[in-house]
Structures are given as C-alpha cells and as structure tokens.
Design a protein around this ligand. Sequence first.
Ligand code: PMP
Length: 405
Amino acid sequence: MKLEQMFAGRTKRMKASEIRELLKLLDQPGIISFAGGIPDPALFPAEAFSKALSACMTDHAASALQYSVSEGYRPLRGWLVGEMAKIGVPCDVDNILITSGSQQALDYLGRLFLSPGDTALVNWPTYMGALGAFNPYEPRYDQLSINGNRAPEDYVQAAQEATGGRVKFAYLSSDFSNPTGETVDLRGRQNLLDLAEAVDCAVIEDAAYQALRYDGSDIPPILALEIARKGDIEACRTIYCGSFSKTLSPGLRVGWIVAAKPVIAQLVLMKQASDLHSPTLNQMAINHVARSCFEDHVATVRGAYGARRDAMLAALATYMPPGVDWTRPEGGMFVWLTLPVAVDGADLLAQALETQKVAFVPGHAFFADGSGRNTIRLSFSCADEATIDEGVRRLAAALRAALGA
Ligand code: PMP
C-alpha cells in the first residue's frame, strides 16, 4: 500500500520551499548567510516578553490557558484599531481577525477566493510563501502590472481563455517587498486600485514589513487610499494583512487581517474550522508588549537594520563587478540583485557555498513562471556590518569566478 498514491490532487502543487531546504545547510561553520529573511534574535524584546508572560500567568492564568474566541483576543484587536487609525485605516474590532502569523492569512485568503483555475495576479517576482499558500487552491497566476501598460480587459480575457476561471485578486507586498525590497509608490497604489475596480477583483495587501522603514516618507497603505476614495472600510475591496513577526517576534505566530466585516465573518468561520483560534497566551503577551514598548522597540529595530542595509549597499558598490544591478530599498530586509544573463543564481549558490562559504537565495523560486534565473535575493537582517562587508566581498569573488573575470 502506498499512501502517497492516495494524496489529494492539490498536494501536487505543494513543493518544498527552496529557502527552508537551504537553511538546513547553513549550520556549517564559517558560512556567512544572506539567505533567510528572518529577524535577528538579538533584537527580540526578550525581557519585555518575559515580564509579559509572567504577568499573564500571574494575573490571568485562567483565561490565558483557556480556549478563546476565534476572532482573536479583544484587547489586542483594540490596540490594533488604534494603530490602523494612525496609518489612515479607521476601523473597529469587528474588522480585525487575529491569525497565526500573516502566513495563515494568505492561506485563508487563498481558500476564501480561489476555486481551481481562478486567476491570482502576482508580481514577477513575488513572495514565494504566498505562492506556497495559494498553490493548494490550484490557481492560475498572471503577471500583475501596475504601470498601466496592460488593459484590465486583457487580464479578464486571458483568465477566461486559459482556464475559464475569473480573476479573483491581486496580491502584493506593498512596502519593502520580499524579495526585491521595493516599495509601491503612491501612483502605483492608486493605479492598482483602478485596475482592481476595472477587473472587479479583491486586493490582498501584504504589509508584513510596513513598520520597517529606514528612510524616505511613509506611504499610506492601499487600504487607507481605498477608504479615502470610498469613505468607509465596508465599501472596500482591499484586504490588509499585518504581522508582528518582523517587529516583535515571529515565533509567537501572531498576525492580523483588516477588511470589511462580511469578509472577516467568513474568515472567522475558516479560523474555527482550522485551529479554533490563535494561541491565547501568545496574543496576550503580544498585547502586553505592544502596549508597553512597541514604538520604542520598533525604533531600535529600525536603527539596527537601517545600518545593515547601508552596509550592504556600500559593499555592493565597492565589490560588485560591472553588469550587476541591485535595488536600493528604503526598508525591510532584502536587496535584490540582477546578474548578467549568463549567470544562473542556483549554480552560483552551489559554487559560492563551496568556494566562498557565502549563502543567498536564488531568485527564480520567487517567479510564478520559474523565470528570473539570473536573479538572487540577499537579506541583511541577521549579520553585523563587518560581516556584511566580508560576505558581499566573497559573493563578488564567486561571481567574478562564474563570469570568468
Ligand atoms: N509576507 C511576507 C512578504 C513575508 O516575507 C513573510 C515572512 N517571511 C510573511 C508574509 C509571513 O510572515 P508571518 O507568518 O511570520 O507573519
């Protein structure tokens, strides 16, 4: 008997993440890794969490250890209402669902919208975890373009002709995206809303990195722009996904969705069916820490990552051979490199690991169509400035060798 033969058809599109497989190789001594896009554990507010957890257990043990409501811990949703108002999103607690990380939000939104053959519009490249979350719902992907060079009818017609499905949503990581580090400017956000209106689809705004800006000015979330157009979140097609993973702690798995109430109500049913609710104690601890030191802590994190971003951009300018191009992110954790077309990012990784002991993520895994072979993603979040300089020097040496220069 082979149980594998009984797996549902949807499992065919569930593939091991290249990053997660790669991370297993990085324990070897001496490797400088720009691979995982994870927060630096040295920056976790460990003491604040220690106090928060002990306060939750001392004062509220009965509720902290008990089942709780699927919508999420109400005081935390209350705090988020205040935070969302600050960024131009007036809403109330019933517009918010707490999820187990924003990754769960992406899974639920895939489940909410996608029937097999429906189309999801995504950037080429996009967050590979979003593709991983949507894939089991068997969508077709089409390339999202927000600079107006493709007519809305074209998306609709292409979806119809390819699979008979319809365009259900456009997904994008709006600030300091994973993987490119780029931010969608105000005009791009307005164009996207126009496109979504014309196509009549939802917008999934992944704001996982939004708080991590190091310079430049904040740009209102797409949801804020849509509320400004329509006057009320209840009239909006944008669904905002936030996360505490990059600011406070990824291990506690707390994220949130903000959307019109009928969307939240359906997602709550999904949450009930899937895991009943996110862990009560984790939500309470996040609420405690957020209320005591969120702004100060985020300022510290921004300062540290900003210096690392600067170190990486400076090292790239110093060491990279001609023919390499890279993004200049205003925040987040990533710089995206476009290499000469003859260089394959996956081959370069194998070589760089072996000869230079430096790691990164080949870019093609972020493309829904598997293209982008000559791209790579570097993360600057987990190395100090001197290590970043040395790692980029090594990477440039591996690249020169690959180019025969
Ligand atoms: N969106 C983006 C763009 C991400 O980079 C990540 C984490 N790498 C997530 C969502 C998921 O994060 P979490 O589930 O920890 O909130």
